[in-house]
Design a protein around this ligand. Structure first.
Ligand code: C5P
Length: 400
């Protein structure tokens, strides 16, 4: 078994009773060819001796943030650079809270903050602590930043209680690690995604916009990244944290979005237009704030460029995916757009349904391509995004 051959894995261990299981995890990872170095928090050393991990990994175990013998006191930077994956198992409630807030008051937290590579955490704690809102919010924040959350498991706990919070078994964590290093379907491919609304200025303080939150596009960017793609996210104004390891190009208006898209479009293999681009913009932007004088005000509007159609008419062009947000005749309208905009695939959703579409966490899609169709039933946008990226990848690889 050499599925982890020459992978550098930094195993972080925090203070919890599950720390004893990490000795087995360390052994399993090494058996599959990984190089393992271990960083322990002072709390972890209360549960298991660093000597155990030194013997298993064949390397010195790192504990002290202020180790005078370390290379120019730069252990945290060296270790962060060395690792392909930082796997923290067990990850205690206290550690997750500190990690989510960017604390750096022990060596493991400092390494995590200095790391540009993926971090995976295996939560392990009492079920009540796990289910507490504070822990849940910390995990959500970490997930949004691209930290992989592996587990926890449910069942009987060391404290005698039953519920979610047990660390995943070493065999399961080792399987997740192997899966993490398997090349994704879109490895080596460049994917561009537009997201969010656009803002079309009326005067220095007012604009025309829409209710798009950008959630779908941001989840698609995360899912494409997790499939191995190099992702460029062209985003209108939203209140979302961009996924880590994604190139973010910001814009406000449709014209700015078009410019950002065109600046790197020749490098893209796949273009996914999930942005809710304003169809029209004010003909002129007033230099000064418009005064309320008359009873009515007429704003002449002009049509915005259709970004998706522009990209789909390039030659050569990327594989083009559009969205159709409809309030009537969903399939018919989506099929017309597929044809008129010369798309390879379109994802259609109802926007008059309160449970899906704009500005909510869930969605349901009808995915249509020339000669085929697949329904993705109502579920969180994060899961819909994974399934849509999977369909896009399969269609793209077929026609490539
Ligand atoms: O024609 P309609 O606006 O319904 O088409 C929706 C699709 O076209 C979406 O994928 C959207 O991102 C894209 N679009 C665009 N530029 C526009 C209008 C829509 O890229 N100006």
């Amino acid at each position: 078994m050499s599925e982890l051959l020459n992978k550098n894995i930094l195993l972080g261990i925090t203070g919890g009773i599950a720390a004893y299981k990490s000795a087995e995890l360390c052994r399993l990872l090494i058996r599959q060819g990984a190089h393992i170095k271990v960083v322990m928090t002072p709390g972890a050393c209360e549960f298991i001796q660093p000597l155990t991990f030194q013997a298993l990994s064949g390397h010195q175990v790192y504990v002290d943030l202020f180790d005078a013998g370390a290379n120019n006191a730069m252990d945290h930077i060296e270790l962060a650079r060395w690792s392909d994956l930082l796997l923290i198992a067990p990850a205690s409630a206290d550690f997750l809270a500190k990690l989510s807030q960017g604390y750096a008051d022990n060596l493991l937290l400092t390494v995590a903050l200095a790391s540009q590579n993926t971090i995976a955490v295996a939560p392990a704690m009492n079920q009540q602590m796990y289910q507490d809102q504070a822990t849940q919010q910390n995990l959500q924040l970490l997930n949004q930043r691209g930290v992989l959350i592996w587990g926890p498991d449910e069942g009987e706990q060391a404290c005698g209680e039953i519920g979610p919070g047990r660390m995943l078994e070493p065999e399961v964590l080792s399987r997740h690690t192997v899966d993490f290093f398997k090349p994704g379907q879109l490895t080596g491919k460049h994917v561009m995604i537009t997201a969010g609304p656009t803002r079309e200025a009326i005067d220095p303080v007012r604009f025309i916009s829409n209710r798009s939150s950008g959630k779908m596009g941001y989840e698609l960017a995360r899912a494409a990244r997790d499939s191995g793609a190099t992702v460029t996210l062209v985003s209108g104004p939203v209140c979302l944290q961009p996924p880590s390891q994604v190139n973010l190009l910001k814009c406000q208006s449709a014209e700015e979005m078009l410019n950002q898209v065109m600046s790197v479009i020749t490098e893209q293999d796949i273009f996914i237009a999930s942005a809710a681009v304003a169809d029209y913009r004010p003909h002129q932007i007033a230099d000064q704030k418009i005064k309320k004088t008359d009873e009515t005000l007429t704003l002449p509007l002009v049509k915005n460029p259709d970004i998706l159609s522009t990209v789909a008419h390039l030659y050569p062009r990327p594989f083009c995916v559009g969205f159709a947000a409809e309030t009537t005749d969903l399939e018919l309208n989506a099929r017309n757009k597929l044809e008129n905009k010369k798309l390879d695939l379109i994802a259609a959703n109802w926007v008059n349904d309160e449970k899906s579409g704009f500005d909510v966490d869930d969605n349901a899609l009808s995915v249509i391509w020339p000669g085929g169709m697949q329904e993705l039933p109502h579920q969180p946008k994060s899961l819909i995004a994974e399934q849509l990226i999977d369909i896009i990848a399969k269609r793209f690889l077929l026609v490539e």
